[in-house]
Design a protein around this ligand. Sequence first.
Ligand SMILES: [Zn+2]
Length: 166
Amino acid sequence: MTKAGVTGMSDLLERIDQAIDQMADDMSLSVMMVIAAPTIAGRPCIIRRKAPGSKDAYGSTTVRPDGLPVIRIDPDLGKDTVKIYLHELAHIRLGHVDQVRRTNLHLAAPRSIPADANPSIREWENQVDDQVNEWLRYGRKHADPGDQLGIIQALYKHYKKPNKRG
Ligand SMILES: [Zn+2]
């Protein structure tokens, strides 16, 4: 192999190594998101890292006919993933899901529904923003490391503690 070939090969190996690290991080985040969701939301719910049915949403929460909330989150949000994740969990913890119609929208094809088919309720979004800000403040303060995974772990531990809910 030529010198250029060796350099090219080690560059390639380094890129593969970085890609594997990235995949491992991403998998850890996905697993933690699934495990922590019912605890942070305060009740059973399902998480799918799949783009929402709505054309303009990064995340969505719909309620199945059996009453189980289903959250869908765009898998390509990068560092905004935790914000969207907590946003949807807040809709559940704040009880908004009890006031929406039960549907099969969790099965909708990604990006298949017109943007404003389900206009959001301003008052709910404000409540959710407050909750998310509070969670992010707590999460960033207690996360170690302070990345997305750490923030979710910190909130999970917080709500797991007996006699310390809310
Ligand atoms: Zn919302």
